[in-house]
Design a protein around this ligand. Structure first.
Ligand code: ADP
Ligand code: MG
Length: 362
């Protein structure tokens, strides 16, 4: 039984990670899952495509072993790949200039519609407090949208509702992603379908190595897209240029997901996950918060490097300075659960001059 030879530093964590899709299947309810799982596990269900759930319920009470035993050999190969010190730290050579700079302006609209949000209303499931009061937003391929707004205006709630967070219940409106009803999909399906959200405060997952986590998430999404899964060696080759893009030292692959990472390293790791998952729509919630200017520029460079004519970014930020590096096509201002203004970069300038009071709807 090769899998028993694996050295797992924190078995409970691994178990929870691998159990997740099974619990999901067995108990058949995301709300139950969210209530019973640690935030780390909930995050996975929301943000990273996990391996597909097994078709039959697990017969064993130690189902993680089944998952681990699927490819014990490949996991051992990973261990041997972990003498990563021989690889030079990847250096990004990208310019800070945004490739999106020519996207700026409110009159674009030629790309295919990726996300269409109409009159979206949502409440907090537990308290029934209304947070989103009718959001309208259209994101086309190749666009960068920035959402700004005072604390508590509903920005994070909006992004969490888009990925299917169980704390919230949609009570009105519609959301289509690539023409399909997003609200009917489970969080995992949304993730498999190409939606990614980075957390405002990325979660640490002790006992789960970064590279294992990335490979698992990557292969789960590849499978869904009908692409062959990557072996550990192939995956490492796939990962190398992505590490360079986010300017991340390969030594972070060996560490547990986000454990002991600085604020900037965590955000960089989020972007690495995004790069690996090759999401179509990346929702970045305050990717710049807690970062010094250098780290923010690095993160911005990485985001820019990931932009293609067919993917899009929805980024939430408090600060104008991020928009100097990742040029938005549109800027939206949220207030009290609604988008009250949409404009181009000049709207951010106005905010800087006049504050939110200057453009408030009330
Ligand atoms: P923003 O990201 O714009 O600062 P949020 O979306 O985080 O705002 O929050 C909007 C409002 O909803 C706030 O008043 C916040 O306290 C409340 N809220 C959001 N999520 C929850 C939750 N899970 N439980 C209780 N209140 C919540
Ligand atoms: Mg927020």
């Amino acid at each position: 039984m090769g899998q028993f030879k694996l050295k797992i530093t924190n078995q409970a964590q691994i178990e929870r990670l691998y159990l997740l899709p099974l619990v999901y299947d067995q108990r058949g309810g995301l709300s139950h899952l969210a209530a019973s799982m640690a935030p780390a596990a909930a995050r996975m269900s929301l943000l990273c495509p996990l391996p597909s759930s097994p078709s039959s319920p697990p017969s064993s009470n130690i189902p993680y072993i089944r998952t681990l035993s699927q490819s014990p050999a490949s996991r051992f190969q990973f261990r041997s790949l972990r003498s990563l010190d021989r690889f030079q730290p990847a250096r990004a050579t990208l310019a800070v200039d945004s490739p999106a700079s020519d996207r700026s302006g409110v009159d674009s609209g030629s790309g295919k519609v990726l996300l269409e949000v109409k009159d979206l209303k949502a409440v907090i499931a537990e308290t029934r407090q209304t947070v989103l009061r009718g959001i309208n937003l259209t994101v086309r391929e190749g666009e960068v949208h920035a959402i700004m707004g005072k604390n508590g205006s509903g920005k994070s709630t909006f992004s969490k509702v888009l990925v299917g967070h169980p704390d919230y219940e949609v009570v009105g409106g519609s959301v289509e992603f690539r023409g399909e009803n997003l609200l009917e999909m489970d969080p995992e399906e949304r993730s498999h379908g190409g939606l990614f959200m980075s957390f405002q405060s990325p979660i640490e997952i002790p006992g789960v190595s970064n590279i294992d986590f990335l490979q698992m998430a990557c292969n789960a999404r590849r499978k869904k897209r009908g692409l062959p899964e990557l072996s550990p060696i192939e995956f490492f080759g796939f990962l190398q240029p992505k590490l360079a893009t986010v300017n991340m030292d390969p030594k972070f692959l060996n560490r547990n997901v986000n454990e002991g990472f600085s604020g900037g390293e965590k955000k960089r790791n989020e972007i690495l996950q995004l790069a690996v998952l090759e999401a179509d729509l990346a929702i970045l919630d305050e990717i710049d918060s807690g970062l010094d200017v250098d780290a923010m520029q690095d993160v911005a460079k990485a985001v820019n490097a990931l932009l293609t004519p067919t993917n899009s970014v929805l980024m939430i930020t408090h600060y104008r300075r991020l928009l100097d590096f990742v040029a938005p096509t549109f800027i939206h201002v949220m207030e009290n659960g609604r988008i009250i203004r949409t404009g181009d970069l000049s709207l951010a300038d106005q905010l800087e001059r006049e504050g939110y009071r200057g453009i408030s709807a009330v």
